[in-house]
Design a protein around this ligand. Sequence first.
Ligand code: BJ8
Length: 424
Amino acid sequence: MSESYREMWEKLNLDLKAHDGLLEVLGKFYGDIYMSQQGRLQGMEYLDFVLSEVHGLRIQELQQAKASGKKIVGTFCVFVPEELTLAADAVQVGLCAGAEAGMEEAEKIVPRNTCALIKSFIGFKLARLCPFTESCDMVVGETTCDGKKKAYESFADYVPMYVMEVPQRKNDRDRELWKAEVLRYKEELEKRTGNTITAEKLKNAIGICNDRRRALQRLNRLRAAFPVPISGRDVLLINQISFYDDPVRFTGSISTLCDQLEERIKKKEGIVPENTPRFMLSGCPMAVPNWKLPYIIESAGAVVVGEESCIGTRNTRDLVDESPETLEGMIDAVCERYMKIDCACFTPNKERLDNITEMAKELKADGVIHYALMFCQPYGHEVFKVEKALKAEGIPMLSLETDYSMEDMEQLKTRVEAFREMTG
Ligand code: BJ8
């Protein structure tokens, strides 16, 4: 890393020593999990580069955007409408974290039995490890699960917090509440950025976000080919990077990668042999650098062909209707699209069961591995329903509960291997 990065990190008040340690561990972890793969597509070099520069070049870009007067908005949930953020000429970045750093610090302000995702983003802030959080002018939370909404109350002492209320049901009055919240967010953005969200700007932003979703949808279709042309690990990484890379640049790179995938599919080239068991992941989001489970699955001789998760198809499945021409019509279309998100925080949430079974069938998955983070009530509760729905379709499921520690690697590996044998 260049000296200019160190200066930048210093200005951002990072704990430089601890941050050096984090980058070292991350680099090694990435090398073991990603660079050791054989036969990766050339297009993955872009992703390798972006990841290697995650705390360098991308942060430099954010600082340059700030210097030119743009605001940086950090988020933790796919419910925050990026279309509005972009239409206000701001930059949106995901702040969810998938590493164990700063857990002890985090436990000083949230209970021990809080899920690792929450503890991680708090830990990264308190241990002064995350240049993204430090770059933010506004951090947007949401009232999804109890863990998050209570954690934001405490987190507000450390970051410029704004919280959107997400309804828990999907009836007419819930939709009204959501629309009011989207409008409140629009006003807040306009106030904080000093920019007015016009129909023209929103139309452009809807196009940018939809294009990214379309590129990821294409990737998801292609990855499901026989034999599987790209590893699940790589697709997870692509989804993770989609949360903090520049959206237009990202879409262009993923489209190039998809062209390469098409070539590979034409030649019937696989990243694994055609008869490799195909598993679909379902459940909690896996924030960067949480690559543990896909790595275990793919080291156990199976391949991941889909992620039913917010860092996966839940975030890319639905597009915003692009036909409205008025600002009000576009805002309605944005509200409508976000209300299709089938997060386990909703009750009832039959849509998710339908989406999982349909996706598993489409992908011709040999089995589904349900992943719940320890202490995650919403996804933990839905495990039973998901298993029942899949069983009715004759699709086997393995339920795993874990966190970000590496202590249970062997145990998870044994269970995944047994599942692979059972489904094979
Ligand atoms: S829309 S899944 S990104 S809330 S794992 S913090 S649910 S206790 S992340 Fe999520 Fe939005 Fe829903 Fe998606 Fe709570 Fe569970 Fe932790 Fe979670």
